[in-house]
Design a protein around this ligand. Structure first.
Ligand SMILES: [Zn+2]
Length: 141
């Protein structure tokens, strides 16, 4: 496969992460929860970061959170993003605690900062896959 011919950048999905990616197909954010200490964990963990327990279950996250940090890309590092620069990638702390990364899509004139409340959206990238993104809470795109 020639890298430049790919239309999207998509990881090889490991078995442990399948519930997360299958959740996105249904427009759900799936995270893990420890059965011992109830800590919520980002996908895809084998053991709890807090107590080391390996009995983790998948639960649906609310899908909202706050911008923890972000970066603005002014240069494309893959042809699939050539027409999107500049674009924002945010690390969002979900209401449940885990942090997820995704593109932050804004409407013209919207102002964002660390701590802004965001909600999750999804866009179809091919016939089998949906990819999450974030938008400001009052956005409707
Ligand atoms: Zn735990």
């Amino acid at each position: 496969m020639k890298f430049a011919e790919q239309s999207v950048v998509w990881p090889e999905i490991k078995e442990v992460a399948k519930p997360f990616y299958e959740g996105m197909q249904q427009h759900k954010i799936m995270i893990q929860q420890c059965s011992n200490c109830s800590t919520h964990l980002p996908p895809a963990q084998l053991v709890c970061d807090h107590c080391g327990c390996d009995d983790l279950t998948w639960v649906e996250a609310d899908g909202s959170g706050e911008i923890y940090t972000y970066v603005v890309y002014h240069r494309s590092f893959h042809p699939a993003f050539n027409d999107q620069v500049p674009y924002i990638v945010a690390l969002v702390e979900l209401k449940e605690g885990p942090r997820l990364m995704g593109q932050l899509k804004l409407k013209e004139g919207q102002i964002y900062k660390v701590g802004s409340t965001v909600v999750t959206g999804f866009h179809k990238i091919d016939k089998n896959n949906e990819l999450l993104y974030f938008q400001l809470e009052d956005g409707d795109s």
